[in-house]
Design a protein around this ligand. Structure first.
Ligand SMILES: N[C@@H](CCC(=O)N[C@@H](CS)C(=O)NCC(=O)O)C(=O)O
Length: 208
């Protein structure tokens, strides 16, 4: 199994999932700014985005789909069995992470340094912050009396949501006074799988 990506992107979720479930993988580093000029990569994901995965003829993109595939391949309880309420709840949080929580961060980042300059506007910034605060308040209420998002144990839901929160913290979007959220992030950072992924990310960053 080969994972194309860069540790400072959503690819981190995929490496972290691999470390949590214990699946070996080949790492194919590619910088997001270089994907669109790499014809081999464009065949794999025509939108030019990382992460992407190949496995026995399968080509896959979208971080949530990739992590879900890896969990199913390994029969991991990071993704509860299909058709159960737990599975439905994990999927709810995966969609929430990608469709709601990360979108204000992504829109803001695109307008700060990703889009071609002629398409950027700083006018979106205040609405991005407003929207992110609304979404984190949803989480904060929920985390007031629980350690994990689903079933009192670590699942893909926690991995995705905490990864987005870490991105928010790096971007200066995080309210450090929000104890429920900061404690949740601390619990996630203390996981062995997270630490191993961080160590890999550091090594790769130094070599690129
Ligand atoms: N929804 C996608 C988003 C992928 C994405 O936007 N990746 C960024 C890096 S985090 C990227 O590759 N950007 C390069 C580009 O847009 O050309 C996922 O979750 O995998």
């Amino acid at each position: 199994m080969k994972i194309y990506g860069h540790p400072e992107t959503r690819s981190f979720r995929v490496y972290w999932t691999c470390h949590e479930v214990g699946i070996p993988y080949d790492f194919e580093p590619i910088k997001p700014k270089e994907t669109r000029t790499n014809s081999e990569f464009m065949q794999l994901n025509p939108s030019g985005k990382v992460p992407a995965l190949t496995d026995n003829g399968l080509r896959l993109f979208e971080s949530a789909a990739i992590c879900s595939y890896i969990c199913q391949k390994m029969n991991s309880d990071l993704l509860p069995p299909q058709g159960t309420p737990s599975r439905a709840k994990v999927e709810q949080w995966l969609f929430f992470a990608c469709a709601e929580l990360e979108q204000p961060l992504w829109v803001s980042s695109k307008h700060q340094h990703i889009l071609p300059e002629m398409y950027r506007t700083q006018e979106v910034e205040s609405s991005c912050k407003y929207e992110f605060e609304h979404q984190t308040s949803v989480l904060s209420h929920l985390l007031a009396d629980r350690e994990f998002l689903v079933d009192d144990r670590f699942t893909l839901a926690d991995l995705f949501v905490s990864h987005v929160l870490m991105w928010a913290r790096a971007k200066g979007y995080m309210d450090k006074k929000n104890v429920n959220i900061t404690d949740f992030m601390k619990r996630m950072r203390e996981r062995e799988g997270f630490k191993a992924t961080k160590a890999l990310a550091k090594k790769v960053n130094e070599s690129l």
